[in-house]
Design a protein around this ligand. Structure first.
Ligand SMILES: Cc1cc2nc3c(=O)[nH]c(=O)nc-3n(C[C@H](O)[C@H](O)[C@H](O)COP(=O)(O)OP(=O)(O)OC[C@H]3O[C@@H](n4cnc5c(N)ncnc54)[C@H](O)[C@@H]3O)c2cc1C
Ligand code: FES
Ligand code: FES
Length: 1299
């Protein structure tokens, strides 16, 4: 191995960093967070898939003699790559002390953050964009944001915040110009108010670029560290010589692919030869015949240079450049394109690679070098051998790629269909190149596909077939037939029908494109969906003119703590500094769905460096079982495992790396047993928990069906949904080593449940356990009852060893081990009249609980309570079965039970309307509840705003007019179809169990007049602390700035209900009111005594009189109670009502869709804070939209989840949200009996996304109508691109061979 030569020099936020022995495997993210303690850069996935770790990279571009900037994912970048670069992190932009940058301030003012875990990454992407372009276009903005995921906001407010810097901005947010609303631009920002734009343009990083880096040496660098060596040669010759000396070395370019192997410990030692900066490999040369692109160019710089080249090309010649640009446009996201290289992209030979398909179709040539010389090779089927393998020998290196320009009569086009538009690998990608002779016959036709066979492939037979044939429908049919045949045989029958259909769809588009270019009977343009910038509008009632200005209830107040969040100063769990003697615990997971454990061999693991302890069931001091309803879940498996991802044992070590390495060394032998994975499997095997649903007395539909005009039966399914809170779950557990006390910092929505479970597991009383939470980076129900998995192992280790212990679940582990939204299989029977009136409904739910009960029984009960949706059905029966399967235990998720049940009822309404051939909206309205209606559990609806929401939504959305336009569009378009649909919503708020409807609060007043409030709720982005401060501010009559919420802790508010079910403001707000009222009662005599005094004077006077300035409060919300035995009672406190109208467009050839427009009208009483509530509405809607469309999670037949993070599980991104979204909060409808007449809002809007399902169903129906198929069909969710395409009966062309 070479000896260390040179030092690594780079800058972070203007600070010079010099490393003599950098570790070649350390990523920039690790370095920032661990070495530099810059925890503003977040780690949400560590896979390059979410953008939360975005930082800006700046460098001196010698060739262009200028400073350049690019946003990159710190988790994909190796720190050794950084020689000569300047890094800017969110901490480099602004702080609460020195003032915020204009981007940070704008994000707060536009309410563009909730939990805030994504915010630093968002800020950095926007900051970089503005460094590149001081006034980007809205399209450039959305493109830049594609790589940044947000699970909370629904993106619209983020786009709004950043559009202010775009070209076409009016200077205000999109709220302006709408009457009768409060203009959010005039909001108060609390929390010190020091974060206005500082004026000083700290944002100009070109001016601040360290001069030293312009002239930094370009010598060879060699870094040695333990088992690794990093070599940075400066010439190709030198690189070849190093490759020769180190035969087992790896070339590293961007490292985005290689870094995965390092993280997964697939390669554990060796030599990395970094060639990205070799000048000869970063050429971009153009002559009259074509271009040559260096393998070391980043994909972004390839695109940038191609763009410049395209502009200088003659018409026609540039087709090939356009196709390359199109593929680069949709390749990953900007952060990845800014860092990954052309060489790395080609050499990974991944079948899904976007640009490779174009290079093959364009007959590009790879320039390859080795110590034996240079050669050129065509990038054809012989070049791409298989996934991960090209024809290059290990001693060879790719230097560049040559592409020839096209003659005028040659056409080339690129197509990609992914699960998500923007930042996704292709489900199928294709590039077709055709050359026609003067008669219009094919001289050549190259059809290249990716994502379907073992690597990028040209279909050879299709090409031969077309030669000499004309560009007509018969040839199209013949080639389609051959595509299907060839894909099927080449894949050994593995290419799905969907992929075959989409491949033909691409060809139809290609045909049409050429025909239209040649002006052959110009037809419908079928090049997919047209992008429009997204826009939003929000209408809500301003506070009455008489409301004093200092009274903040009902006003748009940005989140408290937002300045700390957008500057990266806010601390999430893993941002807590490490304790000196801190240990790390790493669980070892079952790899089998159901098996007997034959043996556990820990010998290698415990001998591994840094290992301190080994834990298994015998290490649990208390009970090894936990659970909410049943204590049926073992912390450590004993003898048998019941799902993949179940914890068997754990390693405690002095560092995360040591613990993970040792955990890999534990060897477990299993004896496999039969496993049950799906609801269908469970039904077939009769595998159920003994918790079928409780009765609801609403007649017997079976007796009524014979008297109904029409009776229909069907079934629909809804799928899993991963919570995907951005902050990883985990815990830091600190033993006090005094009276057996223990302090648990964990990511939990349910501190009391954590305390209870910890007490049970550790065998110590609850009064020795304090569970503390500052904030959570999202929760969505996933951190309610699964938390023992998040803190339990660390708690046992801490208790046993007397040292602080940390455990943070990486994203893959979280996917593998934690439960998700329950998949539902729902069978229904509905009886109705010929006029569409519902008469009787019977429904059976089968819900997949996983291997333990968790809260599945409650979820089923909630489904039964909510299943009537917004409709009156005189006779109703609903039964449910909790299926026991060998998958991780599924758990609560936002709007659990209700979302799944309402989906079923809406599907039933479709069946009814389509059967009687009436408009769906007519049938919905016909059956809709109104004031005084009685629900299926015999509750009379009072103050029912349903009809009002419906009417307003129909009018505001101009439904009838738009429906006509949609019908017209569908009659004129064969392959593109639109759908529009409207749905009403009734959502019951409040727990059906009486004792859960209580909140707790503690209010402490200090003698300087400042106030601390504590309550039972956890802040996870929903703005709870902000609302609670607003409530206390009005109740005490003091400004918000005087009030602070420090954290949630079981020591301040005991025995609390978890933060869930949309009731936290109701419960905790009532508790705060109670405590404040007690204090106000105590202060009243002093206010009377000192009428001209101020708050502080009264407080001090009371103190001098020995009056308590601290009060606890209890909030009792509603009187509801349900008798589960008798099936009678009232399960909800009140209802939140709403209506949504959605319009969509689909591409029937590929299954792609776009939501064009969503109009929401919602009744949430008197909103405590309209902007926060709008955020919940939009964010909830987009989360529901993900569930309804793209968030598909599958398990293999062996019980392994097939997705492990954002790369293979698709959350909606900025590109997917409705292009226009309007939210109107209903005016003048106070909700009596709650805190300041407000209503719960966290969950109901999620259900409104079912309107997307209904609109998609309408669009599919239009396609079915063209094919003469019945309008009536059952359709499951998620409606992924594949499911939409397969529901569209597009007849593919077939041809007749000449006889
Ligand atoms: C989150 C994520 C999303 C992605 N999405 C997409 C997508 O939508 N579409 C898509 O097409 N791709 C996608 N990719 C893949 C991406 O294109 C590749 O990761 C990237 O192009 C690899 O380039 P690199 O420079 O980082 O390669 P590196 O990691 O540096 O190298 C990759 C491999 O190639 C070898 N190698 C590199 N250069 C040479 C050379 N000159 N000669 C010989 N061997 C060489 C290396 O030894 C290594 O084995 C995605 C990747 C990630 C991480
Ligand atoms: S943490 Fe780096 S992209 Fe998700
Ligand atoms: S605010 Fe974006 S993930 Fe929570």
């Amino acid at each position: 191995m070479e000896k260390t030569r040179g030092t690594l020099v780079f800058y972070v936020n203007q600070r010079k960093i010099v490393e003599n022995r950098p570790d070649p495997t350390t990523t920039l993210l690790q370095y920032l967070r661990r070495n530099l303690k810059l925890t503003g850069t977040k780690n949400a996935c560590n896979q390059g898939g979410c953008g939360s770790c975005t930082v800006m990279l700046s460098w001196w571009e010698k060739a262009e003699q200028k400073i350049k900037h690019a946003n990159v994912n710190a988790c994909l970048m190796l720190v050794c790559h950084l020689h000569g670069y300047a890094i800017t992190t969110v901490e480099g932009l602004g702080s609460t002390r020195q003032g915020l940058s204009r981007i940070q301030a704008s994000l707060i003012e536009s309410f563009g953050l909730q939990c805030g875990f994504c915010s630093p990454g968002m800020v950095m992407t926007m900051h970089t964009l503005l460094q590149q372009n001081i006034q980007p276009s809205p399209e450039a903005l959305e493109m830049a944001l594609e790589g940044n995921l947000c699970r909370c906001t629904g993106y619209r407010p983020i786009v709004d915040a950043f559009q202010k810097f775009c070209k076409k901005d009016c200077g205000k947010s999109s709220y302006c110009g709408v009457g009768d609303i409060e203009d959010l631009c005039h909001c108060t920002i609390i929390d010190g108010g020091k974060h206005e734009n500082t004026g000083e343009d700290k944002s100009n990083d070109t001016l601040r670029f360290p001069k030293e880096l312009k002239n930094l040496d370009t010598e060879t660098l060699v870094f040695q560290n333990n088992d690794w060596c990093w070599l940075r040669p400066v010439t190709i010759k030198e690189a070849l010589s190093l490759m020769d000396k180190e035969p087992n070395s790896h070339i590293v370019m961007g490292g985005t692919h290689l870094v995965e192997k390092l993280k997964s410990r697939t390669i554990t030692k060796g030599t990395l030869i970094s060639c990205k900066n070799i000048q000869e490999m970063t050429i971009f040369e153009r002559n009259e015949y074509g271009i040559e692109m260096g393998a070391g160019l980043t994909l972004s710089s390839v695109a940038e240079r191609l763009q410049a080249c395209y502009l200088s090309l003659d018409n026609g010649q540039g087709h090939v450049v356009t196709a390359m640009l199109e593929s680069l446009r949709w390749l990953a996201c900007q952060q990845i394109r800014n860092h990954a290289t052309l060489g790395g992209h080609v050499m990974i030979s991944d079948p899904r690679c976007d640009l490779c398909v174009v290079l093959m179709a364009a007959r590009a040539r790879a320039v390859v070098i080795s110590k034996y010389g240079r050669r050129e090779v065509e990038m054809d089927n012989n070049f791409f051998v298989s996934n991960g393998k090209t024809s290059l020998a290990p001693i060879e290196m790719l230097v560049s790629v040559k592409v020839s320009f096209y003659p005028k009569d040659t056409y080339i086009s690129y197509y990609k269909q992914a699960s998500r538009k923007g930042f996704d690998y292709a489900l199928l990608n294709g590039c077709f190149s055709a050359s026609l002779d003067s008669r219009g016959a094919f001289r050549s036709l190259d059809l290249c596909f990716g994502s379907v066979l073992k690597t990028t492939t040209k279909l050879a037979k299709c090409s031969t077939l077309a030669n000499g044939m004309y560009l007509d429908d018969n040839t199209l049919g013949l080639v389609c037939d051959e595509i299907k045949r060839e894909l099927y045989t080449e894949s050994n029958g593995m290419a799905s029908t969907y992929k075959q259909h989409v491949a033909c769809g691409f060809l139809i588009k290609f045909w049409r494109e050429i025909q239209n270019k040649l002006n052959h009977n110009k037809k419908e343009d079928i090049n997919g969906l047209v992008w429009k910038p997204c826009e939003g509008q929000q209408l809500f009632q301003a506070p009455s003119p008489g409301q004093p200005s200092q009274d903040v209830v009902g006003r748009c107040i940005p989140l408290v703590g937002a300045p700390a969040i957008v500057t990266g100063q806010a601390r999430f769990l893993d941002d807590m500094p490490r304790f000196e003697d801190e240990l790390y615990v790493q669980p070892v997971f079952s790899t089998r769905a159901h098996a007997q454990i034959l043996s556990i061999d820990k010998s290698l693991a415990i001998a591994s460096p840094g290992v301190v302890d080994f834990l298994d069931a015998s290490s649990v001091p208390g009970e090894n079982k936990w659970g909410l309803i049943l204590q049926d879940e073992p912390l450590f498996a004993e003898n048998e495992v019941f799902c993949v991802g179940q914890v068997i044992c754990a390693i405690v070590a002095s560092s995360e790396q040591y613990a993970k390495t040792a955990a890999d060394l534990v060897k477990i032998m299993y004896l496999d047993l039969p496993c049950i994975i799906t609801n269908e499997d469970a039904v077939a095997a009769g595998s159920f928990f003994d918790y079928s649903s409780h009765p609801i007395d609403c007649g017997d539909p079976d007796k009524h069906f014979p008297y109904c005009d029409i009776v229909k039966e069907g079934q629909v399914r809804s799928g899993y949904q991963e919570h995907f809170y951005l902050e990883p779950s985990g815990a830091v557990v600190v033993p006090k080593n005094e009276s057996g006390e223990i302090e648990i910092f964990t990511t939990s929505q349910a501190p009391t449940f954590c305390q209870t479970s910890a007490s049970r597991i550790l065998g110590i009383p609850r009064n020795r356990i304090v569970v503390r939470q500052k904030r959570l980076g999202g929760g969505f129900g996933g951190r309610e009852y699964r938390t023992p998995l998040m803190f339990g192992f660390a708690a046992i280790a801490a208790h046993r060893l007397g040292k602080p212990v940390r455990m943070i679940m990486d994203r893959t582990t979280d996917f593998k081990t934690t439960g998700k939204r329950h998949p539902f299989l729902s069978k229904y029977k509905v009886g109705f009249r010929c006029d569409g009136k519902l008469e009787a409904v019977s429904i059976h739910f089968y819900i997949n609980a996983g291997y333990t009960l968790d809260v599945s029984a409650t979820i089923l009960d909630n489904a039964c309570f909510s299943v009537d949706a917004a409709y009156k059905t005189p006779v109703f029966s609903v039964y449910g079965h909790v299926c026991k399967t060998n998958t991780p235990s599924n758990t609560s998720m936002r709007a659990f039970g209700a979302a799944e049940a309402v989906f079923v009822m809406e599907a039933i309404l479709c069946t009814v309307a389509d059967t009687v051939k009436l408009d769906q909206e007519y049938v919905r309205q016909l059956n809709m509840y109104k004031e005084g209606s009685i629900t299926h559990y015999k509750r009379e609806l009072e103050n029912c705003m349903l009809q009002r929401c419906w009417r307003d939504c129909m009018t505001q959305s101009k439904f009838e007019e738009r429906k006509k336009a949609v019908t017209l569009y569908n009659s004129q378009n064969k392959f593109m179809k639109k759908g529009i649909a409207v749905m009403p919503l009734k959502f019951g708020v409040g727990y059906p169990v009486r004792h859960l409807n209580q909140g707790a609060a503690l209010v402490n007043i200090y003698l300087d007049g400042s106030i601390t409030i504590a309550h039972g709720g956890v802040e996870m982005g929903q703005g709870l602390h902000t609302k609670m401060i607003q409530v206390a501010s009005r109740a005490l009559g003091v400004p918000m700035e005087n009030i602070h919420v420090s954290e949630t802790g079981t020591n301040t508010c005991p025995n609390t209900t978890s933060t869930a079910a949309s009731v936290s403001s109701d419960l905790n707000g009532a508790a705060i009111l109670d405590a404040c009222n007690k204090i106000m009662d105590r202060l009243r005599p002093y206010k009377q005594k000192i009428p001209k005094g101020q708050w502080k004077d009264w407080v001090n006077a009371a103190y001098m009189d020995r009056v308590g300035l601290s009060a606890t409060g209890i909030g009792r919300s509603g009187n509801q109670h349900w008798d589960f035995e008798k099936g009678v009672g009232n399960p909800s406190h009140y209802y939140t009502y709403g209506t949504a109208c959605t319009e969509v467009e689909i591409d029937c050839l590929t299954g792609e869709h776009q939501v064009l427009d969503t109009e929401i009208v919602i009744d949430i009483g008197n909103s405590l804070n309209p902007s926060i509530d709008v955020g919940q509405i939009e964010g909830g809607f987009v989360q529901g939209y993900g569930w309804v469309t793209m968030e598909e999670l599958k398990f293999s037949s062996k019980g392994e989840t097939l997705a492990y993070g954002p790369v293979d599980y698709k959350l909606p991104g900025v590109r997917n949200i409705p292009r226009r979204m309007k939210v109107s909060i209903l005016k003048d409808c106070p909700n009596m009996g709650t805190v300041y007449s407000s209503k719960g809002v966290g969950e109901p809007p999620l259900l409104l996304a079912i309107s997307v399902y209904l609109a998609l169903r309408k669009a599919i129906q239009a396609c079915r109508a063209d094919a003469g198929l019945s309008a009536n069909f059952d359709l499951d969710i998620p409606l992924t691109a594949e499911n939409i395409r397969m529901a569209c009966p597009v007849k593919l062309p077939t041809g007749k061979a000449a006889s």
